[in-house]
Design a protein around this ligand. Structure first.
Ligand code: HEC
Length: 385
C-alpha cells in the first residue's frame, strides 16, 4: 500500500538516489548489491539530513544546555545564545561558530565543564551531536564522497565491492559476527586487483554507514578508520589496520541483524604508486663479522695499537660506532663505510690504514694486515649487505 511518506523517510530515500516519485518501490528492501540504489547523496540531501538529525537531538540539547543559559541567557548574561527560540536550528547555525568545518573542532564538543556541564557528560547526546556536526560539515563542504553500494552483511565472510568508489575491482573483506545484535567485524582487509607495476589503490578514510530496515542511514559515530590514508598494493590482499571494529551504538547500530545493509564511503580512492617500505639496514652474517673483523676493531690482532672502540663508541656517537658485544649492530654500522665494488677504497680501510688519508684516530700498527683482512672480507661478499 502506497502512502505519503514523512520528512525523515523522504530524506533517507533521497539518499538512495530515488525520490518521491518512486518512493513506494524504494521503500521496500533494496535488491542485494544494487549499484543504482546507492548513488552518493547530493548536497541538498546532506543539508536535509543534517537538519533532520538536529531536529531529533534538539529536545535533549535544549533540555541540557538551554536552561535559561544558551536559549535565553537570563541565567547567565554572558552565555552565548545558540539555542534561541523559536528557530533553534537557525540559531545554532548562526554566527556563533558552533558548526565548524571540521566537526571535531566544534566548541559544542570541546567546551569542558564550565558554569554548565560538559557535553561529554551526556555520552549519548554527545555522540548524536558529533554525528549531526559531521553531516553539517559535509553539507557545508559540498563534499559528495565516493562510496560502495549498499551490501547485505551476513555472519561469516563478507565482501564489499568498492568499484563504485573509483577503482574497479577493489574489495574490502572482513568476517562479521552479530552476537546480541551488535555488529562486530574482524580480519578486515583490502584486496586490490593487479593495476600495474608498483601501482595500487590509494584509500583515504573509509567510513561505514548502516542502512536500517526503516531506510534510515547511520554513520559510524567514532569514525573508526579516520586515520587510514595509504596506497594498498595491487595483486594482493592487505590488512586494514587495526583490522576490526565494533558498532555498538544503541538504535543507530543495534540491534543489527544478518542481512542488513552497510556501505563504505571513502574520502578518496584512486590509483596511486606503491611506496616501498624503507629498507631496514641489515647484516648478512654477523657471526662471520664477529670472527673475521671484530678483532681488528677492538685492538686485537692486526688492529693492535689503535683500539677503534675506544673512540668510536656508542656514548660518543662517533661514526662508525663499534659495539664490541654486538657484532650485528657493528656490522650494520660499518656497512656504510665499506665499498663493495672497490673494497680497497672502503672508508674504513682508508681511515685506519692508508697513509694518504687523514684520520684523527691515527693508523693501525699493521696497516697491511688490516687492509688484507678487510678487503678479503668485503670481496667475499658474505658479510655486508
Ligand atoms: C683516538 C680516537 C680514534 C680512534 C682510536 C679511531 N678513530 Fe676513527 N675517527 C676518529 C675521529 C675523531 C674521526 C672523525 C674525524 C676524521 O675523519 O678524522 C674518525 C673518523 C673515522 C672514519 C670516517 C667516519 C666518517 O664519518 O666518514 C672511519 C671509517 C674511522 N674513523 C674508522 C676507524 C677505525 C676502523 C678505527 C680503528 C682501527 C678508528 N677509526 C680508530 C677518532 C678515532
Amino acid at each position: 500500500m502506497c502512502r505519503p511518506v514523512g520528512g525523515a523517510l523522504v530524506i533517507s530515500l533521497a539518499w538512495l538516489g530515488g525520490g518521491l516519485s518512486n518512493a513506494c518501490t524504494q521503500q521496500e528492501d533494496l535488491p542485494p548489491g544494487t549499484g543504482s540504489g546507492a548513488k552518493a547523496p547530493t548536497e541538498e540531501d546532506l543539508k536535509a539530513q543534517a537538519k533532520e538529525l538536529f531536529t531529533q537531538l534538539k529536545p535533549e540539547l535544549v533540555k541540557n544546555c538551554g536552561q535559561g543559559c544558551h536559549n535565553t541567557a537570563v541565567a547567565f548574561k554572558s552565555a552565548p545564545l545558540f539555542l534561541a527560540p523559536p528557530d533553534e536550528y537557525a540559531s545554532i547555525k548562526g554566527a556563533n561558530g558552533m558548526v565548524t568545518e571540521d566537526a571535531t573542532a566544534s566548541p559544542l564538543l570541546n567546551k569542558g565543564e564550565h558554569e554548565g556541564p560538559a557535553l561529554a557528560s551526556f555520552a549519548d547526546l554527545a555522540t548524536k551531536v558529533f554525528t549531526w556536526l559531521r553531516f553539517e560539515a559535509d553539507a557545508q563542504g559540498k563534499k559528495i564522497l565516493p562510496s560502495s553500494a549498499f551490501v547485505a552483511i551476513n555472519a561469516g565472510a563478507n565482501e564489499i565491492d568498492m568499484s563504485p568508489a573509483g577503482v574497479a575491482g577493489v574489495k574490502i573483506r572482513f568476517d562479521a559476527a552479530m552476537p546480541s545484535g551488535i555488529l562486530s567485524i574482524t580480519k578486515l582487509r583490502v584486496f586490490v586487483p593487479d593495476v600495474g607495476v608498483k601501482k595500487g589503490a590509494k584509500i583515504k578514510r573509509p567510513l561505514f554507514y548502516r542502512l536500517r530496515k526503516d531506510n534510515k542511514l547511520y554513520v559510524d559515530p567514532v569514525d573508526s578508520f579516520s586515520y587510514v590514508d595509504a596506497v594498498f598494493p595491487g595483486g594482493v590482499e592487505t590488512p586494514l589496520p587495526p583490522g576490526s571494529a565494533i558498532f555498538a551504538v544503541p538504535e543507530a547500530w543495534t540491534p543489527f541483524q544478518a542481512g542488513e545493509k552497510i556501505r563504505i564511503q571513502v574520502e578518496k580512492m584512486e590509483l596511486g604508486d606503491v611506496v616501498d617500505p624503507p629498507k631496514l639496514p641489515a647484516c648478512k652474517n654477523a657471526a662471520m663479522f664477529n670472527t673475521l673483523l671484530m678483532p681488528s676493531l677492538t685492538g686485537q690482532g692486526v688492529g693492535t695499537g689503535v683500539t677503534c672502540s675506544g673512540c668510536h663508541s656508542a656514548n660518543r656517537g662517533l661514526n662508525p660506532v663499534v659495539v664490541p658485544a654486538d657484532a650485528n649492530a657493528t656490522c650494520i654500522n660499518f656497512t656504510g663505510f665499506v665499498n663493495k665494488t672497490t673494497p680497497g677504497q672502503s672508508r674504513t680501510i682508508l681511515k685506519a690504514a692508508d697513509g694518504a688519508t687523514t684520520h684523527a684516530g691515527g693508523k693501525v700498527t699493521d696497516t697491511n694486515g688490516f687492509t688484507t683482512t678487510w678487503t678479503g672480507a668485503i670481496t667475499g661478499g658474505q658479510i655486508f649487505e
